[in-house]
Design a binder for this molecule. Structure first.
Ligand SMILES: O=C(O)C(=O)C[C@]1(C(=O)O)C=C[C@@H](O)C=C1
Length: 294
């Protein structure tokens, strides 16, 4: 068969795939609305695992791995779309201000905290700084287990490092977004490791003076400039800037950075308005205070 004929067949199959993919995404959007109304988390690990198993069984033997990879990506996009559906029309500033009003002066000192076993001594130091004690730590082997513990409610908070290993911190930011978790406090321990306290509930403590934002942009010249320019125009300082290639597409860049401005200020409100009306989809990862030794 001529290559042209084969391509024609591929075009036909692609048209079907696009139609069905969009149909699936719309259904996923309906699930997002249900999850929002019933206060359910976007990610359902058990459903995804079962779905991948089912897909692998359904596929021909030599295609099973490809089908699994495809569905891994499809479900990641599906979650991304659900996040957008949920955020659409939400008055972001109103949500943040309500969270600020509801957050107590100090974090509770008797909640379970998920930590990484490998980082034990530093984690303890960070917990003492955040909660005044290190009595309620539960140790886990990896980040996935830590986020699962927070997601399921087994632990209300997690204290994890975000510094040092560049790959680790990128993954932490991606996982915060995937699991709808927020940074609520931050500190640097002895040894120069930066630890953050994260929560699934949006909490904004008094004194919060920096806000962590993440966004995805196409990897084209000037992409970074176009993002930062808007913050500089508002007189806002941007720090702890990180960028890396999107995990699922080499042509996209992920940016994560802190904007330094007190929560209770006009410049904060201007920034949120800027972010809410931007063309790009920003992911809000929390407003917090950097806790020092004093
Ligand atoms: O079944 C759900 O709960 C969905 O939200 C749909 C879906 C999917 O795309 O298949 C998306 C996210 C969940 O983690 C699991 C599955």
């Amino acid at each position: 068969m001529d290559i042209k004929d084969i391509r024609k067949k591929i075009d036909g199959v692609d048209a079907e795939i696009v139609r069905l993919f969009q149909e699936r995404m719309k259904l996923s959007g309906e699930i997002a609305a249900y999850k929002k109304d019933n206060e359910l988390p976007i990610k359902d690990e058990a459903r995804e695992t079962a779905k991948l198993e089912e897909i692998a069984k359904m596929a021909d033997e030599d295609m099973a791995t490809y089908c699994r990879m495809l569905y891994n990506n499809i479900m990641e996009m599906s979650r991304d779309y659900q996040r957008r559906v949920i955020q659409r029309g939400v008055n972001m500033l109103g949500v943040l201000e309500e969270a600020y009003e509801k957050t107590p002066a100090m974090p509770p000192d008797n909640e379970s905290i998920a930590c990484h076993g490998e980082q034990e001594p530093y984690c303890r130091q960070a917990c003492v700084k955040f909660f005044g004690n290190d009595d309620h730590i539960q140790y886990f082997d990896d980040l996935e287990d830590i986020f699962a513990a927070v997601e399921s409610g087994q632990c209300k908070y997690a204290v994890i490092t975000i510094g040092r290993h560049i790959d680790v911190s990128n993954r932490v930011y991606e996982m915060l977004a995937e699991n709808n978790c927020y940074i609520v406090r931050s500190t640097v321990t002895a040894g120069g490791m930066r630890f953050v306290c994260i929560s699934r509930e949006l909490e904004i403590y008094r004194g919060a003076d920096r806000t962590c934002l993440m966004l995805r942009v196409p990897d084209v010249p000037g992409a970074l400039y176009g993002v930062l320019d808007k913050f500089y125009a508002l007189g806002l300082n941007v720090s702890k800037m990180k960028s890396w290639t999107a995990p699922d597409d080499e042509e996209d860049l992920m940016f994560c950075f802190d904007v330094e401005t007190p929560f209770d200020s006009d410049s904060f409100r201007n920034m949120i308005s800027q972010v809410s009306h931007a063309e790009q989809e920003y992911v809000y990862l929390g407003s917090y205070m950097e806790m020092t030794n004093e």
